[in-house]
Write a protein that binds this ligand. Structure first.
Ligand SMILES: C[S@@+](CC[C@H](N)C(=O)[O-])C[C@H]1O[C@@H](n2cnc3c(N)ncnc32)[C@H](O)[C@@H]1O
Length: 166
């Protein structure tokens, strides 16, 4: 399935179309980094949309740039900020069988994103959905895609994300 939409809308579509639960736990690799309109549609503002969604109960947001925390505090209402756990390194996350969605949007470098998935995937729920941004322009998915396909995952395209599910 291919769902055409802009990057900002794609996160809302993912939440609405791929999840029945209203208690979703998410980890994102790569956080909202700028409040400008250009970044809203260029990056997607994943942190903003996931934190504001009523279907999301917790968002673990991983980014090694501490300035992005201030960006989120400026853009996201306090009641929604409370559900974000800000992490500077993904190894700070260690909970088992909690995550429903693993969203990958780190640096434009294949190996770092794969290393993140290697660490997080064994901790996530068995049926967790894995989405990777910048499918058309980046190389974030390059090493991840063949591995997940070998494991039997099917995939869909939502905006510029490739979305893997069992
Ligand atoms: C494309 S931006 C994320 C955009 C965000 N997901 C959105 O939708 O607005 C990529 C982010 O990855 C972060 N980053 C780069 N290398 C990283 C690393 N090794 N560990 C954690 N975060 C990293 C950068 O600081 C940057 O904020």
């Amino acid at each position: 399935m291919i769902i055409e939409c802009d990057k900002f809308k794609s996160h809302q579509v993912l939440i609405e179309d791929f999840f029945k639960s209203d208690q979703i736990a998410i980890i994102e690799f790569g956080r909202m980094r700028n409040t400008s309109e250009a970044h809203k549609f260029g990056d997607g503002w994943s942190t903003y949309t996931y934190a504001r969604s009523e279907k999301v109960k917790v968002l673990y947001s991983v980014d090694n740039n501490p300035e992005t925390i201030q960006v989120c505090k400026e853009a996201i209402p306090v009641k929604d900020l409370n559900k974000i756990k800000f992490l500077s390194d993904y190894t700070e996350y260690s909970r088992r069988n909690e995550l429903d969605l693993i969203f990958i949007d780190g640096p434009n470098e294949s190996k770092i994103n794969l290393d993140f998935l290697d660490y997080i995937m064994p901790l996530a729920k068995d049926d967790a959905i894995i989405s990777v941004d910048d499918y058309s322009i980046g190389n974030k998915h390059k090493e991840i895609e063949p591995i997940l396909k070998d494991l039997g995952y099917k995939f869909d395209i939502v905006g510029d994300m490739i979305v893997f599910s069992k």
